[in-house]
Design a protein around this ligand. Sequence first.
Ligand SMILES: Cc1cc2nc3c(=O)[nH]c(=O)nc-3n(C[C@H](O)[C@H](O)[C@H](O)COP(=O)(O)OP(=O)(O)OC[C@H]3O[C@@H](n4cnc5c(N)ncnc54)[C@H](O)[C@@H]3O)c2cc1C
Ligand code: FES
Length: 277
Amino acid sequence: MAKILERKRLAPNIHLIEVLAPEIARKSRPGQFVIVMPDEKGERVPLSIADWDADKGSVTSVFLVVGTSTRKLAVLEAGDEVPVIVGPLGRPSEIAPFGTVVLVAGCFGIGALYPAARALKAAGNRVVALIDAKSEDLVYWKERYRAVCDKVLFSSRDQALGSRGFVPRPLEETVAAEAPVARVIAVGCTYLMYASALATKPLGVKTIVSLNPIMVDGTGMCGACRCTAEGRTKFACVDGPDFDGHQVDWDELFMRRKSYFDDEIRSLCRYEETELP
Ligand SMILES: Cc1cc2nc3c(=O)[nH]c(=O)nc-3n(C[C@H](O)[C@H](O)[C@H](O)COP(=O)(O)OP(=O)(O)OC[C@H]3O[C@@H](n4cnc5c(N)ncnc54)[C@H](O)[C@@H]3O)c2cc1C
Ligand code: FES
């Protein structure tokens, strides 16, 4: 059992959860994730590590409520316990003095990409963050990003943040304005990462994405997270989750993520009707 130190709403439908897990906190690196079970009968939910505090022994994740398991997590409170949290899992992100790095973060990816932003800055890079949110209300951790980035830009659809629309165009403009850009790193929903990789391919800028296929064990045993990258079969949990976005088979990824769609909807209906507090 692991104790929840904090669970709070950061934005509509987006929550932070901080769990006491000293061993994980001691070993966490940017780009890694944990698997957490919201209750003993629940699924194993992979969540990126958005922050950690080795002294306090805690790890923090930011999650979007999409189905039954994330809904269960969203009603937990400080003092509650989760039966399982394992990690850190996955390969850490590559952190080196690349030059100028443009980060694209959206939704839960704003949290997930924060440790890499901090580490890239500490490694001597010029770090430019482009935060994508449908509206200003969905942006969180602005100040955290401002503290570790040379520049923080926003793209939104409600015009409130100096909006320039959905990611591809502002990303192209940012890459042109910041040239030469050594790499782009995009983290968030699959479509955001796909659109970012599509935008940078003709520009020839290496683009790293953090894939989020369905996972079960998170240790390379079950094959649930199988994807194709660099022309080869990969398991995102042990070979990734970071991959070169220009070499991902996106059609396959989108298709495999829909595998349990009907069951997921039925599960959510059942949970809302019978168990939701
Ligand atoms: C390595 C990794 C890191 C992740 N990090 C985060 C994170 O930091 N924060 C976060 O909110 N989510 C993260 N995810 C996604 C998260 O694990 C899923 O959203 C979660 O498992 C959904 O569980 P659920 O029961 O609530 O929804 P489900 O009932 O499983 O799914 C409901 C709907 O959500 C969508 N969905 C299903 N699986 C995923 C998925 N893997 N990613 C996105 N949408 C999905 C589908 O459209 C589905 O119909 C990560 C996934 C991976 C593999
Ligand atoms: S989640 Fe089972 S092999 Fe990756």
